[in-house]
Design a protein around this ligand. Structure first.
Ligand code: G4P
Length: 517
């Protein structure tokens, strides 16, 4: 296989959804089709006591949520599929957003009874901004839900995306009979031993079934007034193909997977800081770090930088240039992610995700390149924290592990660190409360460092120019601090405090991003 063919068979995507819509259940079904797990339902199960490999950490098990993003790879129908898991909980949006920068398509899972929920909406906005294709799976048809027409209208009204149904449910809940599959021109039956029949047979089997008639009426309406399938519009992110199904009963998921793999894009190029696009078939290797995570597997106390390969091919032991420092680093200890276990990389090309063992070399957003390729990929979005805590080691004898833990978790991008300019006190900033809890939990679990945290409430971060720094400007309402790169800033108690400050020191420029040359 040539490198180009190998790249073109990659499909790299993320599943986005509101918690509980069924993302984990679907992921599990997909892994099952890929032969990665023997029986769907064995990987996760709040019920069975096992958890999906995508739910890495203890705290996730305790709370039953997926906190961190992870990567799963499998082969199916000649394609190599990479699924990037994204945490659904709103407190982890920052991590999720970054992961969405590393995929070529998104699958949006919607609970048919709930329709579009808050988190789906937020994630969709990010996906839309990137202009990547979105495929919709409307789940839980085995339960009573909302009318399919209603759900499609909601996609358009709430998310502002045109939709085109690929199949249509016949009944729902107790009356769920199956799918009228316009795309594959067949019926997929929910009950009984036969899975697929052609339309003619269907007309006989369901002659007197009112739900079948309803489905056909709906489809007729859609055909006249709806949007026809258009592969180009799908790739442009203007039209979402909609599939119905029931992940829990493994119904409609394979039909979805087959069409998804047909229409989802192959690996795409990525924009650089100078607005060029590095194409996947550029012979030189390039990629960027979209996530750093410590100690995913309790048996391996390590840290992994997740790299999305943008172009070329990874080779074990290859030397790459880290754009931020200009220095060469050797990629010797690198892993790939299969559902059952982490494995050493056999073959990784543009579109794939590799995990590079990291001892503090990498930062989120870093670009890696080889050879003559001298580019830096566009920066990943960052989110300014709003909630703050003072943090200190509970046991003063354990300062060393405390500092090591903080340093690593902060570098991972799990939480933001600030230091009080005058007292040197550590302050943490987060987008949501749960981030603090995870931090505290991981400090104990991974670094054996208990921490004491004192809430400081909401604050607004505003950076100042280093030359404007003057300790006398600091007060309890505007705390002078430094970020982890030693850039000076103020933490304002509220807008009033910020306005007061601006009036008093009109010459000091306040910025919501650091001043870096
Ligand atoms: P998430 O990752 O998006 O958060 O959702 P997850 O797959 O964990 O699914 C959430 C719940 O919904 C699970 O129930 C799961 O079994 C159920 N579910 C997923 N797909 C379907 C479906 O097609 N039909 C039905 N009826 N249920 C589905 P759970 O773990 O038992 O939690 P709970 O329902 O007891 O709270």
């Amino acid at each position: 296989m040539t490198l180009e063919t190998d790249i073109k068979r990659r499909r790299t995507f993320a599943i986005i959804s509101h918690p509980d819509a069924g993302k984990t259940t679907i992921t599990e079904q997909l892994l099952y089709f890929g032969g990665e797990i023997r029986e769907a339902g064995t990987v996760k199960g709040k019920k069975t006591g096992h958890f999906a490999k995508s739910d890495w950490m203890d705290i996730e098990k305790q709370r039953g949520i997926s906190v961190t993003s992870s990567v799963m790879q499998f082969d199916y129908a000649g394609k190599r599929v990479n699924i990037l898991d994204t945490p659904g909980h709103e407190d982890f949006s920052e991590d999720t957003y970054r992961t969405l920068m590393a995929v070529d398509a998104a699958v949006m899972v919607i609970d048919s009874a709930k329709g579009i929920e808050a988190q789906t909406k937020k994630l969709f906005q990010v996906v839309k901004q990137r202009g990547i294709p979105v495929f919709t799976f409307i789940n839980k048809l085995d339960r009573d839900g909302r009318e399919p027409l209603d759900l499609l209208a909601e996609l358009e009204d709430v998310l502002g995306i045109l939709s085109t149904p690929m199949n249509w449910p016949i009944g729902m809940g107790k009356n769920f009979e199956g799918l009228y599959d316009m795309h594959n021109k067949r019926l997929e039956l929910y009950k009984g031993d036969t899975r697929y029949v052609d339309f003619e047979q269907g007309d006989q089997v369901f002659a007197l079934n009112p739900f079948y008639q309803q489905a056909k009426d709906d489809i007729e309406l859609m055909t006249e007034a709806g949007n026809p399938f258009d592969a180009e519009a799908v790739l442009a992110g203007d039209l979402t193909p909609v599939f119905f199904g029931s992940a829990l009963t493994n119904f409609g998921v394979q039909t979805f997977l087959d069409s998804f793999l047909d229409y989802a894009p192959e690996p795409q190029g990525h924009k650089t800081t100078t607005d060029e696009v590095v194409s996947p078939t550029t012979p030189e290797f390039s990629g960027f770090v979209f996530k750093i995570q410590a100690n995913m597997d309790p048996r391996h106390r390590d840290r992994i930088a997740f790299v999305r390969i943008i172009s070329g091919e990874f080779e074990r032991g290859m030397s790459v240039k880290l754009a931020r420092t200009g220095k060469a680093v050797k990629l010797s200890n690198v892993t790939q992610f299969m559902a059952e276990a982490r494995e050493n990389v056999e073959n990784a090309v543009a579109g794939d995700i590799i995990g590079v063992y990291d001892t503090g070399t990498y930062q989120v957003g870093d670009t890696l390149t080889t050879g003559q390729l001298k580019v830096e990929f566009e920066p990943l979005p960052t989110f300014t924290p709003e909630l703050f805590m003072k943090v200190a080691a509970k046991n003063v004898m354990k300062q060393k592990s405390f500092h090591k833990g903080i340093e690593q978790l902060v570098q991972e991008g799990a939480i933001q660190l600030y230091k009080n300019y005058q007292t040197g006190e550590y302050m943490l900033g987060a987008v949501g409360q749960l981030q603090f809890e995870v931090f505290q939990h991981r400090m104990v679990g991974e670094y054996n460092a208990e921490v004491v945290m004192t809430p400081m409430g909401k604050k607004t971060v505003r950076w100042i120019k280093p030359e404007d720094l003057d300790e006398r400007m600091s007060s309890s309402r505007n705390i002078l601090a430094k970020d982890r790169f030693d850039n000076p800033l103020f933490l304002f108690e509220n807008q009033f405090a910020e306005r007061w400050f601006a009036d008093k020191y009109p010459d000091v420029v306040l910025s919501d991003t650091p001043f870096v040359e």
